[in-house]
Structures are given as structure tokens and as C-alpha cells.
Design a protein around this ligand. Structure first.
Ligand SMILES: Nc1ncnc2c1ncn2[C@@H]1O[C@H](COP(=O)(O)OP(=O)(O)OP(=O)(O)O)[C@@H](O)[C@H]1O
Ligand SMILES: [Mg+2]
Length: 248
């Protein structure tokens, strides 16, 4: 019986000879939305990369546990197959790979999803429905992955992937940056849709107070110099809003 819970225990991470994360612990249960805030360079993106298994961000100490299993020996693709999804702060551009080919290949890694068994016609119909949902025009299917996409279009494609793959844990690194008002609402609606329909748990990295207010998070964590220095609810957000990061 799986329960999608992510548990991080006493994580320590050093990158290029610099301590980036220290004694970091956190638990995210199904359907919970956790916010990670903190100054530039605090270690937020590094934590996200460590969770998804980026080879340059392998922790020296501590454990990352998902569904009661240590993910440490798992490759990034195994972590993705187990339901851990990440939307990158700066999604990379891939020359020569079309959006449709990428998504159709990627969905086959998720045999438990009905969409992985679809014929080409069924898959495209499904894809077009989701593209309408995130406001991406259909001709994007033929474009090279993220190449020449505007900032907001890249973020919409990340949302499209999240809807398609229905992750059990989604890590969104500044998904709200570069979004217009319409896309901002799409992100909020998509989060709440997956939270309810798939019990997806979320770790959301953001600098935007208005985004946090709209998401209604379960918990907010403040990361400074690689350590979680405060965790709390709305009252912590109000303090950060009033005093900035320095008073916490
Ligand atoms: N590959 C790397 N090589 C060298 N230093 C790195 C590397 N990755 C991260 N760092 C350093 O680790 C620290 C944390 O970086 P990280 O990207 O995690 O910060 P962040 O909290 O996401 O900041 P921001 O809000 O600006 O996105 C920074 O000092 C950064 O320079
Ligand atoms: Mg970052």
C-alpha cells in the first residue's frame, strides 16, 4: 500500500566544496502543499534537484524517503517513474526533439496511466484537451522542446506535463515566474485539481506572496543558508511579509 509521503531526514548537501543544505528535515503527505521560501542562494533549487536525483546534487548525509523506501539508490528516471515530478526554474531547450515526440515517449514510462496505452489518435486528442486547459496552441506539438518558447510558454509546458503524468509528488521551482494573469490562474487551478483528483503532494518554491495566498498551502518553510529556520502557517507568511527574511 503506497501513501505518497516524502520524508527528508537530516539532509546535508555539499556542492562544489560549498555546504548548500544542512540538517534539513521535512515531511510532505498526500494532498499537502508545502511552500519553500528564502533568499536567493539559500539552497531551494538545490534541494529540489537533490530530491529528483540530479547527479551533481547527491547528499553526503541523511536520507530522502518516498513511500517508505529510500530513494538514494534510485536514478532520476526511476524517481520519475515512481511519481516524483519536477518543474524546473529554467526548463532546458532540446534541439531536434518535438514536444509531441517527447511527451509520447515520456508517457510510456508510466504504464499505470491509461494514456500510456493510447493509440496515436487517442493520445493526440487527450493532449489537445490538456493543451487547451493550459492555454498552449496546438501547433506547439510540432515545435522543438522549449526552443524559442517565451518564459510563460515554457511554464505552461511544465504544467501540461504535470497534468499528463499525474505525479504523486510535484516539485515546482518558481513556476509562477514569467506568468501572465491568465497563466497564473491556470497554475493555481491545476494544482488544486491534482491535489484533489490524484492526491498529489506539492513542494512549491516561490518568492511570490500573492501566489502563496491563492494556493492555500498546508505549511510554509523558510530556508536560510541551507537550513530550515522556521516552519508554520499563515502567521509565518504574515511575519515574512512584514519583516522580510531577516527577522525570522
Ligand atoms: N552546480 C553548482 N556549482 C556551484 N555552486 C552551486 C551549484 N549549485 C548551487 N550552487 C550554490 O549553492 C547555493 C544555493 O543555490 P540554489 O540555486 O539552490 O539557490 P536558490 O535558493 O534556489 O536561489 P534562487 O532564489 O536565486 O533561485 C548558491 O550559493 C549557489 O551558488
Ligand atoms: Mg532557485
Amino acid at each position: 500500500m503506497t501513501n505518497n509521503t516524502l520524508r527528508i531526514e537530516n539532509l546535508e548537501l555539499e556542492v562544489a566544496g560549498q555546504k548548500v543544505l544542512q540538517a534539513l528535515s521535512m515531511t510532505i503527505r498526500p494532498s499537502e502543499i508545502h511552500i519553500l521560501m528564502g533568499p536567493n542562494g539559500a539552497g531551494k533549487s538545490s534541494l529540489a534537484k537533490a530530491i529528483v536525483g540530479h547527479p551533481h546534487y547527491i547528499p553526503q548525509r541523511g536520507h530522502i524517503i518516498f513511500d517508505e523506501q529510500k530513494v538514494d539508490p534510485w536514478t532520476p528516471d526511476k524517481r520519475a517513474q515512481m511519481g516524483i515530478f519536477m518543474a524546473f526554474q529554467s526548463p532546458c531547450e532540446v534541439e531536434g526533439v518535438s514536444v509531441a515526440n517527447f511527451l509520447r515517449t515520456a508517457i510510456r514510462a508510466y504504464p499505470h496511466l491509461q494514456a500510456s496505452q493510447y493509440t496515436a489518435t487517442q493520445f493526440y486528442n487527450h493532449l489537445y484537451t490538456l493543451m487547451d486547459q493550459v492555454g498552449l496552441k496546438r501547433d506547439f506539438t510540432g515545435r522543438e522542446l522549449n526552443r524559442g518558447f517565451s518564459g510563460g510558454e515554457k511554464k505552461r509546458l511544465e504544467m501540461l506535463q504535470m497534468l499528463l503524468f499525474q505525479p504523486r509528488l510535484a516539485i515546482l521551482d518558481e513556476i509562477d515566474s514569467s506568468l501572465d494573469i491568465e497563466a497564473f490562474q491556470i497554475v493555481v487551478d491545476t494544482l488544486h485539481f491534482l491535489q484533489k483528483s490524484c492526491k498529489t503532494g506539492f513542494l512549491i518554491i516561490t518568492h511570490s506572496i500573492s501566489f502563496i495566498e491563492q494556493i492555500c498551502p498546508s505549511r510554509i518553510h523558510l530556508l536560510k543558508f541551507g537550513r530550515i529556520v522556521q516552519s508554520g502557517g499563515k502567521e509565518l507568511l504574515a511575519r515574512i511579509q512584514k519583516f522580510g527574511f531577516n527577522e525570522n
